[in-house]
Design a protein around this ligand. Structure first.
Ligand code: ZN
Ligand code: ZN
Length: 428
């Protein structure tokens, strides 16, 4: 067996901002018994990588390898792995050298209360890939801590297919490309999560059931809502890759619910709006709905016209900037829902307690529990290969696959919105 080379090619982030280099660095080693080393096939460049790129991250950021989205092959297993591993997540006894794996963008132990509840993004032992605490995946190799609780083994779909009772996972996997499967690391689960938080919110129950507030056991016809009040109106702010995923996930769920709906998808960039309308036009079976893409100012008028001034039932905020939250607040109806999955930093929120009181607004903020959302994201990935399956077509989500040697240029172009979703092939 050939020795692995002692060094690897990797992207490195340098402070304070806009400084991306490609360097030769040591290949990561197993440092804890639960670690696995993965040889990267593809690594994603994500909108949230841009926060550090622009210098919006924590003040104490030190040079590190960025990137939290990857698919690859297991090349080294820590000593926790093997037939002796009993009473632990199944992967500790079943994962083998050579297995193909995809990882959620944060690690999680799979054994604590947070992990058992499915809030895997807040596992006390969880770490985000691609930060000073844990080098990321825009490299040839990555170290995965708590790997038996974190990874999905694509070579052994039986290890997770019981999470998807109605799908032939092995057959679906055989038809899906690596560039498409990589979307399961972050952006597709995050889009699905934004939608799930809104559609499962108690404030939507009256519209979904047709019975006026409050939701309660037992049925009576006395509080029935007229059908004209049961059109669902949504706004999605931000049409980068996660915004596209959220839009497709929302259309999919609303078509299944079957109620009439209207969605306004919002971005300041005309090219992104045109692309999003094309993607919607390509989705077959989109139910009884209307979908338009608008600039922020146009969207205010559209929502006013659609709802006679009352506002959207829910707004999905996928940007992570105070201006996006201001727009979300302005567009949402009283007793509405704002779901924010954009990464927010230091700036203060653009409203006070009085603003929230005056509209009875419900907020959900924060990171997606990507491991827990994986089954729902996988189902959507299989179903919507028309959007998630191709590379570089007018309606495909992945724009291009490039060498890591182009990292500095791709960060610049992605930051300027000159390119869509970029994946790195570190061996090219
Ligand atoms: Zn990401
Ligand atoms: Zn945990």
């Amino acid at each position: 067996m050939a020795q692995e080379p002692p060094t690897q090619k990797a992207v490195r982030w340098y402070p304070p901002s806009y400084d991306i280099r490609v360097e030769s660095v040591p290949i990561p080693e197993i440092t804890e018994p639960d670690d696995v080393i993965v040889k990267i096939k593809l690594a994603g460049l994500c909108g949230s990588d841009l926060h550090a790129y622009r210098g919006d991250g924590d003040d104490d950021m030190t040079p590190h390898i960025p990137g939290h989205e990857f698919i690859g092959e297991v090349v080294k297993l820590g000593s926790s792995f093997g037939e002796h591993a009993t009473g632990r997540p199944g992967l500790y006894s079943s994962l083998k050298i050579g297995d193909k794996v995809v990882s959620p963008f944060t690690t999680n132990c799979g054994e604590c209360r947070a992990c058992r509840l499915g809030i895997t993004c807040r596992c006390p032992q969880g770490t985000l890939f691609g930060c000073p605490a844990l080098d990321g995946a825009q490299a040839q190799y990555v170290r995965v801590p708590k790997a038996g609780g974190t990874l999905f083994n694509l070579s052994d779909p039986k290890s997770w297919s019981d999470l998807l009772p109605n799908a032939n996972v092995a057959e679906a996997l055989s038809t899906i490309s690596d560039s498409s499967l990589l979307l399961l690391a972050d952006i597709l689960p995050t889009g699905v999560f934004a939608v799930a938080q809104a559609l499962n919110h108690p404030k939507l129950v009256p519209i979904l059931t047709g019975v006026a507030w409050p939701p309660r056991e037992g049925s009576t016809t006395a509080n029935t809502i007229p059908s004209e009040d049961r059109t669902l109106t949504f706004a999605i702010i931000g049409l980068g890759p996660v915004g596209i995923c959220a839009s497709v996930a929302l259309v999919d769920r609303l078509a299944a619910i079957g109620l009439p709906y209207r969605i306004v998808a919002i971005d300041t960039y005309a090219a992104r709006r045109e692309n999003m309308e094309k993607i919607f036009g390509q989705i077959s079976n989109h139910g009884n709905g209307e979908f338009v893409a608008r600039s922020p100012e146009e969207a205010r008028t559209t929502v006013k016209e659609w709802t006679s001034g009352s506002g959207c039932n829910a707004v999905l905020e996928v940007v992570g900037h105070p201006s996006a939250l201001t727009l979300a607040y302005d567009l949402v109806q009283p007793f509405g829902i704002i779901t924010s999955v954009g990464v927010h930093g230091k700036p203060q929120l653009p409203f006070n307690g009085g603003n929230l009181y005056d509209k009875n607004v419900s907020f959900d903020f924060g990171r997606c529990p990507a491991r827990a959302m994986f089954p729902m994201a996988f189902e959507l990935l299989v179903k919507r290969q028309d959007v998630f399956g191709q590379v570089g077509t007018p309606t495909s989500l992945v724009d291009r696959i490039v060498s890591v040697d182009q990292a500095a240029e791709m960060y610049r172009a992605f930051d300027k919105r000159e390119v869509g979703k970029v994946l790195f092939d570190p061996w090219e």
